[in-house]
Design a protein around this ligand. Structure first.
Ligand SMILES: [Zn+2]
Length: 299
């Protein structure tokens, strides 16, 4: 997900052993949702705080039921009618009213993706009906672990953070949160970003596991208005993004657009919170193409 650049040397040092990638991811995830205070101890401290606050058991059954119901929804998204519910006054995202580029049905697009569902109720933090969907937030995992391992780690570390989708380098995708549920992938944003992004700190978000990180980043609205896509990628390696992975992202965005019936604005995590490492520099041209054409190569 992310870590602040201040932590880079420690993370890079951890990369030398595959086994340590989990630790790297732990640092990343703690930073992703619990935010960054800009000091070297922040990530570890945030992780400890999150774990101490991991008392979400009361909601698990309901969430499990919701997740099961939503699974059906994922297979039949055309039953939704999001267009009529979009509140255009809420946001600065003009693209939200744009029509979808791909005229296939959501189910048809999803069928072209190598996507596996692995829903985990502990990642669900509230309802995100279509009228609240506004953004797609792109992330790097900042680790080399495959999607299934990433999700297992998210589930085991107690941080309660996750993105809706994780895209492997080979283009395979794992979805661990339904589209109409809130996932904690964006965390806290810069002061003023709730207003500038047209989001609000919603009561729909249970905020389990979250903790303020400082006056510079107090805004917590993005999770309630977005879908998170995580790409397996370690920015410091400058390896680039395989074409198979980028094509999978294209397909995923086409699916999300079709699912909602409009184009959500595509941003990267560092747009929401200054200093985030994701996405990496190598992704910038692809991000610009995605924002303008909905495909990484501008086609
Ligand atoms: Zn991130």
């Amino acid at each position: 997900m992310t870590f602040v650049r201040h932590n880079m040397p420690r993370v890079v040092a951890c990369m030398t052993l595959t086994a340590i990638c989990a630790l790297t991811l732990a640092v990343s995830l703690a930073g992703c949702d619990s935010g960054s205070s800009g000091d070297a101890t922040r990530s570890v401290d945030a992780g400890a705080e999150v774990q101490a606050d991991t008392t979400q058991g009361e909601a698990t059954q309901t969430q499990a039921d919701d997740a099961a119901a939503s699974t059906e929804g994922e297979d039949a998204p055309e039953s939704q009618d999001p267009n009529g519910e979009v509140d255009e006054t809420q946001g600065s995202s003009e693209a939200s009213s744009a029509s979808v580029k791909d005229n296939r049905t959501p189910a048809e697009i999803r069928a072209t993706l190598n996507i596996t569902e692995d829903f985990r109720e502990e990642f669900i933090h509230g309802e995100k009906p279509a009228e609240f969907q506004k953004y797609i937030v792109m992330h790097d995992t900042e680790g080399e672990g495959e999607a299934s391992n990433v999700i297992d780690w998210w589930a085991s570390n107690g941080n309660l953070v996750a993105s809706h989708f994780v895209v492997n380098k080979d283009g395979s995708i794992v979805q661990c949160v339904p589209l109409d549920k809130i996932a904690h992938h964006a965390g806290f944003g810069d002061a003023g970003h709730n207003e500038s992004y047209g989001v609000t700190d919603e009561s729909r978000d249970d905020k389990e596991g979250t903790k303020p990180i400082g006056d510079w980043a107090p805004d917590y609205g993005m999770n309630s208005y977005s879908v998170g896509i995580e790409m397996v990628h370690m920015g410091e390696t400058h390896e680039g993004y395989p074409e198979e992975q980028l094509k999978a992202v294209d397909g995923l965005i086409a699916y999300i657009d079709a699912y909602y019936g409009f184009q959500s604005d595509i941003i990267e995590h560092s747009d929401w919170r200054t200093g985030n490492s994701d996405c990496s520099e190598e992704f910038q041209p692809f991000l610009q193409n995605l924002q303008t054409t909905r495909t990484h190569d501008g086609s």
